[in-house]
Unconditional design. Structure first.
Length: 253
């Protein structure tokens, strides 16, 4: 008898939840594993029939594979995040840096279109990646894979201010006409002509001869780039020892 009552209660709860899930009154229910829980993958608000509210911060079906790590699109997105070295500036998932916005909290705050716009129209010192539509779709899927789970950890973001500190001033004059760099000391540089040097000593995507950048390697590079890379495009920049030290300390903590 008790078992029958329990079954009836469970069925009643399921029916009531399904009735409250107004998504399926407009959309075909294609989720076999989660037939009555659209918002667990798509966000939005399933309790209302008002489209503007129901679709607020909605994650479209083409991104919904973020819940499955083995999915090819999710895997591609993860690889793009690694290749672009997003964590050299951003916190994403359970790791990363504090130089730029915390993606865990940003994703919870922004719509998909706003995230895409922030990548296509980057703020100062963020690289212009120029992803094609297919890669962008995979990238967003990968970002959702890392940031939507409840155990993703938000952190406090550093706020950057321009100042006239020694390293900043020297970088602007000697390096900033070609490079940009986002560092813990601030945002430097004005040009996209040469590589973006943000997070140089962290997870930087362009290693030199397979080596991570450190102060000694950067010192040798600034002294004579072609002593390390024969076809280096960068010319020798005239720097005093103090200026070189200031630039190195700016880029590598």
């Amino acid at each position: 008898m008790a078992a029958r009552i329990l079954i009836i209660l469970l069925l009643s709860c399921s029916f009531l939840y399904a009735a409250d899930n107004k998504c399926i009154s407009c959309h075909e229910n294609v989720c076999v594993n989660k037939p009555n829980n659209c918002i667990s993958c798509h966000r939005g608000d399933s309790s209302t029939s008002r489209k503007d509210i129901a679709h607020y911060k909605l994650i479209k079906g083409k991104y919904a594979s973020y819940t499955d790590k083995s999915n090819p699109k999710t895997q591609k997105g993860i690889k793009i995040i690694e290749k672009a070295a997003c964590t050299r500036c951003h916190n994403i998932g359970k790791s990363g840096a504090t130089l730029a916005s915390d993606l865990n909290s940003a994703v919870k705050r922004l719509t998909t279109d706003e995230i895409i716009k922030s990548i296509k129209e980057p703020v100062i010192n963020m690289p212009l990646f120029q992803f094609n539509d297919e890669d962008m779709e995979a990238l967003i899927t990968g970002i959702y894979y890392y940031t939507i789970p409840e155990d993703s950890k938000s952190i406090t973001q550093i706020v950057h201010f321009q100042d006239k500190a020694a390293g900043n001033d020297i970088f602007q004059k000697k390096c900033g006409t070609c490079h940009k760099a986002l560092t813990s000391a601030g945002a430097f540089g004005t040009s996209e002509d040469a590589p973006n040097l943000s997070g140089l000593s962290k997870i930087y995507p362009d290693y030199l001869n397979g080596k991570h950048w450190d102060k000694d390697l950067l010192d040798k590079w600034l002294t004579n780039p072609r002593s390390l890379k024969k076809n280096a495009v960068m010319p020798i920049i005239e720097l005093t020892d103090e200026e070189k030290k200031a630039v190195i300390n700016t880029l590598i903590e």
